[in-house]
Design a protein around this ligand. Structure first.
Ligand code: PLP
Length: 372
């Protein structure tokens, strides 16, 4: 007899192992598979985190009052509706915690951030995955049709991971106003800054039209280069929902260095803005090169590009890995599946293009020798 509840026992375990920086053969490993920032945080953020390390004998402010007041002023939302957590991952979990019981259901796009499905499974709730459209966009009508009386929670992300697509204002409005009021709509905006810089909508004013509960979560992991520090935040439709999230969060999960870093990052916005601009420009440059090599790039706006390749995605990823470049294979997108490639520093992206160019040349050569 196991002490582990069946709902947990039956969930597959996928260890989150940090890829090394250098391979066994001494080759640099380029991590274009985790949607990280290739650059560290602003210098003043590092200074603030260092200073906080000196007082890490103390517990942090468990309610993150300073960070919450900075976020509240920045988003022009009352502080009672703002909440924070150790990465937005913790806030996705908090959403599941306040809504799901065994026998209830969560609706989310498919493919999506894999955590959504895991959060449903470990709570004994059903996961209903709604296929995205052929262009990678979320199908709002299909999402609404997937709702049943057991549905308690719906996740959507925009820009969407793993396809990068951004929801249009009318689509967000439809979802917000047509989703039954007794379902929590969780709008996951981990790539918010990229979506906005690319002309995507400001979601909060649209979500305000929803009668039922909603929340939007964002993160310091991507645009602010703080993935390793683990800071996420969010806004809820009402103080009551924000309080429920605060109730279920593990105490003091946001550590004293992370808090200091996030507060300093709020005062160093140009650093994040420069990073976002650089990544979006590089994304365009790399997408053009990949398109020229026969890859179909999905229209999107995040720190990654998703492509439908001319060869099996797994073969391409294996070739890139042999050349020190890690990219992600998605179990989606037709016979060849698809690839999600994080935009890195210029030299990382160049190494990717070079590896793909070599693969194309090898393919050409072998098809010529077959033909001759
Ligand atoms: C869609 C989406 N949501 C949430 C997260 C979690 O980010 P974090 O926990 O680092 O804030 C990620 C990370 O990649 C993501 O892609």
């Amino acid at each position: 007899m196991s002490v582990i509840a069946p709902r947990v026992r039956t969930v597959a375990f996928h260890p989150l192992i940090e890829p090394p920086e250098v391979s066994g053969s001494g080759k640099v490993i380029r991590r274009l598979n985790l949607n990280e920032s290739p650059f560290g945080p602003a210098e003043e953020v590092v200074v603030a985190m260092n200073a906080a390390a000196r007082v890490s004998n103390r517990y942090p402010d468990g309610e993150a009052s300073r960070l919450i007041s900075l976020l509240s002023a920045d988003m022009k939302v009352e502080a009672a509706r703002v909440f924070v957590g150790a990465g937005s991952n913790e806030l996705l979990a908090a959403s599941a915690e306040i809504t799901l019981d065994p026998g209830t259901a969560m609706v989310a796009p498919s493919p999506a951030f894999p955590t959504y499905k895991k959060l449903a499974s470990i709570r004994g709730a059903d996961f209903i995955g709604v296929p995205v459209r052929e262009d990678g966009s979320i199908d709002v009508d299909a999402m609404l049709s997937a709702v049943t009386p057991s549905t308690r929670l719906m996740f959507v992300s925009s820009p969407h991971n793993p396809t990068g697509t951004v929801m249009r204002p009318d689509e967000i409005m439809k979802l917000a106003t047509h989703l039954p009021a007794d379902i929590l709509l969780h709008f996951d905006e981990a790539y918010y800054e990229f979506g906005r810089a690319a002309g995507g909508p400001e979601t909060l004013p649209i979500l305000q039209h929803r009668e039922g509960a909603w929340l939007s979560t964002r993160t310091f992991s991507k645009a602010f280069g703080l993935a390793g520090a683990r800071v996420g935040y969010g806004v809820a439709s009402t103080p009551e929902i924000a309080t429920a999230i605060r109730k279920v969060r593990p105490n003091f999960s946001l550590n004293i260095m992370a808090l200091a870093g996030a507060c300093a990052a709020m005062g160093a916005r140009e650093h994040a803005e420069d990073l976002v601009r650089f990544i979006l420009d590089e994304r365009d440059r790399i997408a053009a090169k990949l398109s020229a090599m026969g890859y179909r790039c999905l229209a999107g706006a995040a720190n990654f590009v998703t492509v439908l390749p001319p060869l099996p995605a797994a073969e391409i990823a294996a070739h890139c890995e042999r050349n020190g470049v890690l990219i992600n294979v998605l179990d989606w997108g037709g016979a060849n599946k698809s690839l999600r490639i994080t935009i890195g520093a210029t030299e990382d992206n160049d190494a990717l293009v070079q590896a793909l160019g070599e693969l194309a040349a090898q393919q050409n050569q072998s098809s010529h020798s077959i033909a001759s």
